[in-house]
Write a protein that binds this ligand. Structure first.
Ligand SMILES: Cc1cc2nc3c(=O)[nH]c(=O)nc-3n(C[C@H](O)[C@H](O)[C@H](O)COP(=O)(O)O)c2cc1C
Length: 221
């Protein structure tokens, strides 16, 4: 598989088959993804993959505890401005359109949102944390790791969904995973086999045209 094919094929998957992912495959993915670059080669990511009874226990503890009093960090800046506000809104609408939940069905939308806290049924939940003393450059390194992991997953016939939603449960997750105090949960990544029958997985998000965000300077015409 070419890298460009993996990039094209990857998308956030929000319904998984229950089939387990072999431990050796998960381990290989986690290790290969660590070839991701990081500033100063700090490799600031800490990665915690959870499956089986441990995952079931974690999800039960999260259900019982409910949201943390405040999220681990602000998932979006307050009062998101254009064009980001519209992009976020339209992506949300496209997601709920895919499963035919209209804006008026608030309870239906909440139920779908709550599926985040079940890793959308994925058999593997991966948590990525970072030392609290690290700054934005190291957070970007986490992104490098996560995208590398997600592309490698495609090569293995696996699907993923990165989930900042877990910032809403960071304390409970930290307790269950016994994270040291210096570790801050950044996000979760659902990992497993895509449920091809689930309407939500038909979502194909759009991208803004190059002219909106890119420039080419000094190139020949
Ligand atoms: C860091 C990060 C966190 C995300 N958090 C969530 C999340 O909590 N729940 C969710 O359903 N999708 C989440 N997403 C998925 C985005 O909604 C998705 O990447 C975006 O809409 C583009 O769609 P695509 O991944 O299918 O290309 C997250 C993506 C990233 C990169």
């Amino acid at each position: 598989m070419h890298v460009s094919e993996a990039v094209e094929a990857r998308r956030s998957i929000r319904a998984f088959r229950p089939d387990p992912v072999p431990a050796a495959v998960v381990r290989t993915l986690l290790e290969q993804a660590a070839r991701a670059p990081s500033g100063g080669n700090l490799q600031p990511w800490r990665v915690h993959a959870v499956a089986g009874a441990a995952l079931a226990d974690l999800l039960a503890r999260v259900r019982q505890a409910g949201f943390d009093p405040s999220p681990a960090y602000d998932i979006y800046p307050a009062d998101l401005w254009e064009p980001y506000r519209t992009r976020r809104f339209e992506t949300g609408e496209a997601l709920y359109d895919a499963i035919a939940i209209p804006r008026t069905d608030k309870a239906g939308r909440m139920r779908q949102l709550a599926r985040n806290a079940e890793f959308f049924g994925a058999p593997v939940g991966i948590f990525v944390s970072v030392d609290r003393r690290m700054g934005p450059p190291q957070w970007s390194d986490l992104g490098m790791y996560i995208q590398t992991l997600m592309l490698l997953a495609v090569e293995h016939g696996l699907a993923t969904c990165p989930q900042e939603f877990w910032a809403l449960y960071a304390r409970t997750v930290a307790t269950v995973l016994d994270l040291p105090d210096d570790q801050m949960l950044f996000c979760g990544v659902a990992l497993g086999y895509r449920d091809d029958d689930a309407p939500i997985n038909t979502l194909r998000t759009t991208r803004a045209p190059f002219a909106d965000w890119g420039r080419m300077i000094g190139f020949p015409d």
